[in-house]
Design a protein around this ligand. Structure first.
Ligand SMILES: [Zn+2]
Length: 248
């Protein structure tokens, strides 16, 4: 049985940046949002193309994309296509992992960012207020879900991870017993084939966490969220778990 490592997180949680970094781990097939291979139809059908090479991809080739994948065999088909034993997925929702991964096999990485930062990323689909509520509900549910259905759980703060991406990638690889290359190349030199994902994160040559929200969200909203106990206590818990793993 191949190993499956999967990011659990909300949309725009930073999964594309982490997936790009994971692509430089020699044993790992970092394939992106694999569920689109099954779910991309109609006006979404382009989403199953490799974001880097589009229709010319040697991995997600025309022949491969033509195949019909049984839901339970999708992940192993993708890993085989890369010729690797370990699949790294950024399918993110627990619902996707329920569909594709047998119970107690997923090595889950819960990737989260600051609640207001997350709400700001979701502002086109919901209000900031609803975004903060979505942040809380998602992570509470994800923690409970991982406890029940994942083989292991690693909790990671996006901001903390990306403050020292190379160092933290080694720490993460170590924790997951993965080989690391001697030198982790610059992001722009890491070859990767990836389904969908955040296009800005794909094209950027550098890793950075977007901090626009600090200027664009009203100060009193940020302060109000910081005072909310249910949000604060969940964030404290996640941060404490993340600090146990990552370097300060
Ligand atoms: Zn490609």
């Amino acid at each position: 049985m191949q190993r499956i490592i999967g990011i659990v997180g909300l949309a725009h949680c930073g999964s594309t940046a982490l997936s790009r970094l994971a692509a430089c781990l020699p044993e790992v097939a970092s394939a992106g949002e694999i569920h689109w291979l099954i779910d991309a139809t109609g006006k979404n059908r382009e989403k199953k193309l490799c974001t880097v090479c589009r229709s010319r991809c040697p991995v997600f080739s025309k022949n491969f994309l033509k195949k019909k994948f049984p839901v339970k065999r999708l992940y192993s088909a993708v890993a085989n296509q890369f010729g690797k034993e370990i699949l790294f997925s950024s399918d993110k929702s627990t619902r996707n992992y329920d569909r594709f991964v047998p119970v107690n096999t997923l090595e889950a990485i819960i990737l989260y960012k600051r609640p207001v930062s997350q709400a700001f990323s979701l502002r086109r689909v919901m209000s900031l207020r609803d975004g903060v509520t979505a942040w809380r509900n998602f992570h509470l549910k994800a923690l409970g879900w991982a406890e029940m259905y994942a083989k292991s759980t690693t909790i990671i703060s996006l901001e903390a991870f990306m403050a020292h991406p190379q160092r933290n990638l080694r720490i993460l690889a170590d924790r997951l017993s993965l080989e690391t290359p001697k030198n982790i190349p610059n992001l722009k030199n890491i070859p990767y084939h990836h389904i969908n994902g955040n296009h800005r994160a794909h094209s950027s040559k550098k890793i950075f966490v977007d901090q626009k929200w600090r200027k664009r969200v009203p100060e009193n909203f940020i302060k109000k969220v910081q005072r909310e106990r249910p949000v604060r206590s969940l964030l404290n818990y996640l941060d404490a778990e993340s600090r146990r793993i990552l370097c300060p």
